[in-house]
Design a protein around this ligand. Sequence first.
Ligand SMILES: Cc1cc2nc3c(=O)[nH]c(=O)nc-3n(C[C@H](O)[C@H](O)[C@H](O)COP(=O)(O)OP(=O)(O)OC[C@H]3O[C@@H](n4cnc5c(N)ncnc54)[C@H](O)[C@@H]3O)c2cc1C
Length: 265
Amino acid sequence: MFTLLNLVQPDTIEAAYKALVEKRNNIVLGGCAFLRMGSQRIGTAVDLSRLNLNYIVEQNEYVEVGATTTFRDIETNPLLNRYFNGVLPEALSQIIGIQFRNTVMIGATIYSKYGFSDLLTALLALDTEIELYKGGRMSLKSFLESSFEKDILTRIFIKKNERKANYQHLRNSCSDYPILNVAVSKLNDQWKIVVGARPQRAIIVQKASEELANLELNSKNIDRVATMAANEITFGTNMRGTADYRKCICKVLVKRAIMEVLQCK
Ligand SMILES: Cc1cc2nc3c(=O)[nH]c(=O)nc-3n(C[C@H](O)[C@H](O)[C@H](O)COP(=O)(O)OP(=O)(O)OC[C@H]3O[C@@H](n4cnc5c(N)ncnc54)[C@H](O)[C@@H]3O)c2cc1C
């Protein structure tokens, strides 16, 4: 369990950022599920609950989601169930249980760039941008590749388009961390294959994604691309699975996800 020496609930994002950077051991609070697993001694904890960042709204070109929105809000949101074949609600629905998903927040999850994240894999397969208070707006891909700087993730923007998407994962049991997760999406002829929980963080499998645009999509060619995807990226070993096992599973999940996307309306 962590220890808080001080707690602030700022009314503005400027005040929240100022409090965050005042001292090295000051941090932002999300739903505290992950923080609770550690034993950190925190100087000032910055609670964002007064900043009205819990929302999901439809803009002209984007669906905008505030940082303190919970996983359960996403899972039950009619808009996000309608867009992208409901890939975001689907990706979150396997995480622990409903009470848990009622507390964990998207800002904490994205900012922390967890390797095992189900949300990051699904978001990366869509056209997602994120906004940091100090660092500004950028693609999720650039953010995941960037180095760590203390900041506050304020909101995300998911481009509204006709992208078809599917999410696949393998777990030892339904409430465990994923051994591997995969999201595949397609916008016209442009495909994205994303693999996460390798156990390193999610990445777009670039060459295999591009190859899909050039092929007749029959079972043999999909098999070939799934094998190519598994060979293009690296995997690691942890207590949930070996690198070799993950590589084998990757082929299967990528193939399944491509075939599901081809069926999407
Ligand atoms: C037991 C357990 C099992 C889990 N299983 C899974 C799983 O199977 N799949 C999966 O995808 N995820 C899983 N997670 C992770 C979970 O989904 C959340 O991603 C995680 O708990 C962080 O969310 P939180 O709201 O609890 O953040 P917190 O614990 O409150 O914060 C986590 C970190 O984020 C920082 N932070 C919070 N908000 C912001 C912000 N707006 N800007 C910048 N930094 C911020 C905090 O300072 C802290 O460093 C699991 C977590 C736990 C504890």
